[in-house]
Design a protein around this ligand. Structure first.
Ligand SMILES: Nc1ncnc2c1ncn2[C@@H]1O[C@H](COP(=O)(O)OP(=O)(O)OP(=O)(O)O)[C@@H](O)[C@H]1O
Ligand SMILES: [Mg+2]
Length: 513
């Protein structure tokens, strides 16, 4: 400490200056700009030529600093070197009156910066936890050398600077990871949008093109849509295409399979449940609320009970729902898409489906045709699935051998596009080389479709009774399997067969799956 204390006026002046610097530091969030600001303010505060902040790179045991104010050039050296290294490593203030006569002075820095150092004052910079984050150095006092009062001012400034620097570093890291996440997110959205854009629906024929055009036409409206079609015809795919091309694309798409819900759980699953309704029951958010702002896709809506239908109708009409055990209605904004493979009009006639709900959900109706009605699309679809396989497995160049496509087009496909997709994936996975040969089809491909309609066949004289019965059996099995979504147990029941009986017949007719 220098003899005598600082005159009151100087003390006030310096304290006011430090406060002012602190304010400026706290409003600067960019690390580069902050380091420049601190260095500039330090030269004014201490009446010296230069000031540099050296930050500690603990992993590499190095100190680094910008070469000069405003420059992006970085100086790096071993953290124990030089006067600044001594201050950082020992935590002690180092005040050197004649740099070139001090053995700790690291002349290479002057060499690199082209600056001639006369005297140096360096202090360690510590964060609030007392850890060293670097050192603060001032060079060449305008008149004379640095005093012990200068040491105090620099220490005071360094302790505030350390906190501001750490905050700026943290904010920088957060910004970087936020940018990274935003980039990843944008990339994922592009993927999802590509995958489910209306054009993700493959098909050039009239039936599929009509669907694509309809999806495009309703892209800006939020009408409810009913999608019908057999199992595996692309109902869910169409629902996603509608959602992801709509203004709600970046809000949730929530799919719920109503057929998989036991009657006792329907209400709590759809609308949620209030905590404490029964012992040990926690609050649960229902699917309607999860889809708030987005789209709720009710798959197999024809399987909902009448009481659940009534509740859904109420949400659609009043746009509010009540949780099980809840007292206050909750406002929701949900676009409803529904799908079924049942004939809802027949269900209405039986009294199993509410007519008013039917008209609410069927503002637009999309019917997905079974694959046997759009055989012309099979080559395009099969090639699309093969390409998808190649892309996903990183095995390019797989192709269908001639003749394979003819067989694929002729097959009965009771499981529709899903079955075709599975078949192509299986063939691709089993193909020994780059070509999928006709022999590979033998094992798994369903038997070829009858060349003529059974009605005509039965009437035709060319077929024996045995052949006609076989054709009829084959067709009924195919239909029963399609209607039960390939559930052999249920299909067998419908046909009045045992499961084993059905399997035997499927084997006889080479209808694997
Ligand atoms: N026209 C199409 N273009 C491209 N892929 C299709 C097409 N139709 C169906 N698919 C594909 O077929 C598979 C089955 O479709 P999806 O699951 O949407 O059928 P689904 O009608 O909902 O069946 P389920 O009634 O069994 O639930 C999916 O992989 C889907 O991408
Ligand atoms: Mg589905």
């Amino acid at each position: 400490m220098e003899t005598g204390s600082a005159p009151q006026s100087e003390l006030h002046e310096k304290l006011a200056a430090i406060l002012d610097i602190c304010q400026k530091m706290n409003s600067e969030r960019d690390l580069g700009a902050l380091l420049d600001l601190i260095a500039r303010e330090a030269t004014n505060l201490l009446g010296c030529d230069r000031a540099s902040i050296f930050l500690l790179d603990a992993e590499r045991h190095e100190l680094w600093s910008k070469v000069a104010l405003g420059s992006d050039e970085i100086l790096r050296f071993d953290a124990s070197r030089g006067i600044v290294g001594t201050a950082a490593m020992t935590g002690k203030t180092v005040n050197v009156r004649d740099a070139y006569s001090d053995p700790r002075f690291y002349t290479a820095i002057d060499g690199q910066t082209g600056y001639r150092t006369r005297n140096v004052l360096a202090v360690a910079m510590r964060n609030q936890r007392g850890e060293t984050i670097g050192a603060f150095e001032t060079l060449n006092k305008h008149t004379g050398a640095f005093s012990s009062r200068d040491e105090e001012w620099l220490l005071a400034l360094a302790s505030h600077a350390a906190i501001a620097i750490e905050t700026a570093q943290l904010i920088g890291e957060l910004r970087r990871s936020q940018d990274e996440l935003a980039q990843q997110n944008a990339h994922l959205w592009r993927e999802v949008e590509n995958k489910y854009s209306a054009h993700g629906i493959i098909g050039t024929g009239q039936k599929i093109q009509q669907i694509v055009r309809l999806v495009e036409r309703i892209r800006d409206s939020l009408v409810n849509v009913l999608i019908t079609g057999e199992s595996g015809t692309g109902k869910e795919m169409a629902a996603k295409a509608i959602h992801y091309t709509s203004p709600r694309a970046r809000r949730p798409f929530v799919a719920l399979n109503c057929a998989a819900l036991p009657e006792t759980l329907v209400e709590s699953e759809l609308f949620g449940i209030e905590k404490g309704v029964a012992t040990g029951v926690n609050q649960r958010v229902g699917q309607f609320q999860k889809a708030d702002g987005g789209t709720l896709f009710l798959d197999e809506i024809g399987d909902l009970s009448l009481s659940a239908q009534a509740k859904i109708l109420r949400v659609l009409q009043e746009r509010v729902l009540e949780r099980v055990g809840g007292r206050n209605p909750i406002r929701v904004d949900v676009r409803l898409l529904a799908a079924t493979n049942k004939d809802l009009e027949a269900e209405i006639a039986k009294g199993a489906f509410r007519e008013d709900l039917y008209y609410r959900i069927k503002v637009i109706h999309i019917h997905m045709p079974p694959l046997r009605e759009i055989r012309e699309e099979i080559p395009l679809l099969a090639n699309h699935f093969l390409k998808e396989y190649c892309r996903e497995t990183g095995r390019p160049g797989l192709e269908f051998a001639p003749g394979v496509m003819r067989r694929l087009v002729a097959a009965p496909w009771p499981g529709n596009v899903r079955q075709l997709r599975n078949e192509v994936m299986r063939l691709a996975a089993c193909a020994p080389g780059n070509s999928i040969a006709e022999e590979d089809l033998m094992e798994g491909l369903p038997a070829a479709a009858p060349k003529s309609e059974p009605k005509r066949a039965a009437a035709g004289k060319a077929l024996s009774l045995k052949q006609a019965i076989e054709e009829l059996e084959r067709r009924m099995i195919g239909e029963a399997l399609a209607e039960t979504r390939q559930n052999q147990q249920q299909a067998a029941r419908r046909l009045g067969l045992s499961r084993q009986g059905l399997i035997n017949k499927m084997k006889r007719y080479a209808m694997a799956e």
